[in-house]
Design a protein around this ligand. Structure first.
Ligand SMILES: *[C@@H]1O[C@H](CO)[C@@H](O)[C@H](O)[C@H]1NC(C)=O
Ligand SMILES: *[C@@H]1O[C@H](CO)[C@@H](O)[C@H](O)[C@H]1NC(C)=O
Ligand SMILES: *[C@@H]1O[C@H](CO)[C@@H](O)[C@H](O)[C@H]1NC(C)=O
Ligand SMILES: *[C@@H]1O[C@H](CO)[C@@H](O)[C@H](O)[C@H]1NC(C)=O
Ligand SMILES: [Zn+2]
Length: 436
């Protein structure tokens, strides 16, 4: 009964989000808090109640990546291009001669703007405050912000690494001939606006809630500095920043997507992250003597390379701390979302004050007998060691059951105990028997 009681206490914290939160706590207790980016990322995920844990957020934060990724890389990554609508431009569209269908729409003419808006390329670059741009990103940003500030909308007709062609979004609707073409100068490598037709003759919506050119890429660019400073910053706070600077209120979802892009930009991409993992864990070990890291790799075709399969780690303070914990270990797994999927496995202990102590983590390819067996044997060897009579609490995952019930298992009586987590059990029960 005592054990079941533990279970109820423990399982309350077993939801995936909290698993990761715990991992962050473990991180903080074992390495310098400043270095513990994972902490804030997890906070962020937790605060916003996302059930999706971005692998980027988790995995990349396990690594110490140089944050000062060159801005140029954003183009190579394709961030920023994703939202460019590359619909081909139909030159044969017939334009209406007159526009009489404005009644009933909420289009209004902004008299002030028409008077001041640029009529020539030079006027336009003067408005932008620049006539050449160090890369496409800088150009795209300037034009997007300009069109947002002036309540105009453009669409992309052509987007290549060296050229960018736009026209007014209301071209078909209202025949507005606003057009812009920019290209990369061969010699300087800078982008310049090489052709411009203006001003906008279209009528425009008065300040609306959102603006089509205020897309996730722009949001990412405009909020990157904030996210770099404080990855846990909330979506509403980012949205407030956008409203303050640009006057439009993008949707929550758009800001969320923008934030993911910014995180990816600030913290690095998938491949680099995996490549950095050995270095990062090596550094953790070096500065936290006693920290255990176990790799599981397979040979690849290339003799000099191995392929990542799994990694297990347990921080030294967790290993020491377990000595003073109750003889209970809870285990669970959670999804990693992202390019390379996978699962994160975690083992937790409970101290005398019923506080949870994260014990060990692993990133594995999936939840199976193989991976649970591998994880549990490392937990046994590196954390539990000689201690007997440990009660293991888990859900009823087939892989766990098989690993635990193996002959000679340290988790079976008389050496130990295995109990099911009541919360998982109840959830599964309700899933199966939907009738309340
Ligand atoms: C997120 O969770 C907290 C605590 O569980 C709750 O108070 C808050 O209302 C939730 N926020 C949203 C947006 O669901
Ligand atoms: C114009 O605005 C009014 C009030 O804001 C709204 O009720 C109406 O649906 C809008 N009409 C169109 C065509 O958007
Ligand atoms: C346009 O929006 C501004 C600010 O929101 C408002 O003051 C103005 O009255 C609006 N104009 C029209 C014609 O709706
Ligand atoms: C887990 O991954 C391994 C290696 O990729 C694969 O052979 C196995 O079938 C997978 N098991 C499950 C249950 O998905
Ligand atoms: Zn226009």
């Amino acid at each position: 009964m005592g054990l079941l009681l533990h279970c109820v206490v423990v399982v309350h914290h077993l939801r995936p989000l909290h698993l990761l939160y715990l991992s962050a706590a473990g991180c903080a207790s074992s390495i310098v808090a400043d270095d513990c980016k994972m902490n804030s990322i997890i906070d962020m995920i937790d605060n916003e109640n996302f059930s999706i844990i971005s692998q980027a957020a988790v995995v990349t934060n396990l690594m110490n990546i140089d944050n000062d990724v060159e801005l140029n890389e954003i183009l190579e990554d394709g961030i920023g291009d994703e939202d460019d609508d590359e619909t081909s431009f139909d030159n044969n569209v017939e334009l209406p001669l007159t526009f009489t269908n404005m009644e009933g729409t909420n289009l209004t003419i902004d008299e002030n703007w028409i008077m001041t808006q640029s009529t020539s390329k030079n006027d336009f670059t003067r408005e932008l405050g620049k006539d050449s741009f160090k890369d496409k990103e800088e150009l795209v940003r300037a034009i997007k912000i300009h069109s947002i500030r002036t309540h105009r909308q453009f669409e992309v007709i052509k987007s290549r690494p060296t050229i960018w062609t736009l026209r007014c979004k209301l071209y078909l609707q209202s025949g507005c001939k606003w057009k812009l073409h920019a290209s990369k100068r061969k010699r300087s490598g800078y982008f310049e606006i090489t052709a411009y037709t203006g001003p906008h003759t279209c009528l425009h919506y008065n300040l609306s809630q959102d603006h089509p050119n205020l897309d996730a890429s722009l949001i990412a660019m405009e909020t990157r500095h904030l996210i770099k400073e404080q990855p846990s910053i909330s979506i509403p706070a980012l949205r407030a920043e956008i409203v303050e600077n640009l006057g439009y209120t993008p949707s929550y979802k758009k800001v969320w997507v923008g934030k993911q892009k910014a995180i990816k930009h600030v913290f690095g991409n998938w491949e680099e992250s995996y490549v950095a993992l050995p270095k990062y864990l090596g550094a953790l070990q070096k500065f936290n003597p006693g920290t255990i890291v176990e790799w599981c790799v397979s040979r690849s075709n290339d003799v000099d390379e191995v392929e990542f399969r799994r990694v297990f780690w347990a921080f030294a303070p967790s290993i020491k701390g377990f000595h003073y914990c109750r003889p209970v270990i809870s285990i669970d797994g959670t999804h990693l979302y992202g390019k390379y999927k996978g699962k994160m496995l975690i083992a937790m202990g409970v101290d005398g004050n019923n506080q949870i102590l994260p014990l060990a983590f692993a990133i594995v390819e999936n939840e199976s007998y193989d991976t649970w067996d591998w994880f549990l044997s490392h937990v046994k060897n590196h954390v539990v060691k000689d201690r007997e009579g440990i009660c293991l609490i888990s859900d009823r995952h087939g892989g766990i059951l098989k690993a635990v019930n193996e002959h000679g298992s340290p988790w079976l009586e008389p050496r130990g105990f295995h109990r099911y987590c009541l919360r998982h059990f109840i959830n599964n029960f309700y899933d199966k028997f939907r009738n309340s």
